[in-house]
Design a protein around this ligand. Structure first.
Ligand code: AMP
Length: 200
């Protein structure tokens, strides 16, 4: 079994690709964004608290993210194969995840980084905003989310690159093609425990 992190900016297609990966490889999907949206829809105290950050395009503070993940997903975290989508987003979160998984004797095996040019990200998210119903898909908030990604989340890639776990994939093509490349990275890892650094 394999534990994956799918990594990339907002609009890079992490959610869409995760759904396909889950189906093909029978993994358990953990999306902190989905969990927060559920809390907001149900208007729970946590939902109200995190909406202050999410609606502004800011990251939810690490302690809240970690507490929520361990509370909401403790059963899922016991599953044999996991895919983390939108988590970790900071080095503090990555270290917490490593500690958690180490305790279970299972590491993060592979980090799939989906790279998409900024102009294309705006196009995709603003296009999706019309029917996603997401409160954070408006132009100003998207700009903020991309800035936050560059400043707070991108440095995390170095953390995983130092561990030799990152496979970089261009997301500048259609959904099927991106999935084909992701599958190639996963299959290669499963067959030979080799991380393909760049996939064309
Ligand atoms: P996503 O659906 O992954 O784009 O997440 C939507 C929003 O939820 C983000 O813009 C953040 O405000 C918040 N969020 C989701 N996951 C995290 C996380 N791991 N750390 C901090 N904030 C998060």
């Amino acid at each position: 079994m394999i534990n994956l992190v799918i990594f990339g900016p907002p609009g890079s297609g992490k959610g869409t690709q995760s759904a396909r990966i889950v189906e093909k490889y029978d993994l358990t999907h953990l999306s902190t964004g989905d969990l927060f949206r559920e809390e907001m829809e149900n208007q729970t105290p946590l939902g109200k608290e995190v909406s202050q950050y999410i609606d502004k395009g800011l990251l939810v503070p690490d302690d809240i993210v970690l507490k929520m993940l361990f509370r909401r997903a403790s059963d899922d975290l016991e599953s044999p194969g996991l895919i983390f989508d939108g988590f970790p987003r900071t080095t503090v979160q990555a270290i917490a995840l490593d500690e958690l998984l180490e305790g279970k004797g299972i590491p993060v095996n592979l980090v799939i980084s989906v790279e998409v040019e900024e102009k294309e990200l705006y196009k995709r998210i603003l296009g999706r905003g019309e029917d996603s119903g997401r409160s954070d898909d408006s132009e100003d908030i998207v700009r903020q989310r991309l800035d936050v990604y560059k400043q707070q989340t991108m440095p995390l890639l170095e953390y995983y690159k130092k561990q030799g776990k990152v496979a970089c994939i261009s997301g500048m093509c259609n959904v099927d093609k991106v999935f084909e490349k992701i599958s190639h990275a996963i299959d290669t890892y499963m067959e030979s425990r080799t991380v393909l650094r760049e996939i064309d």
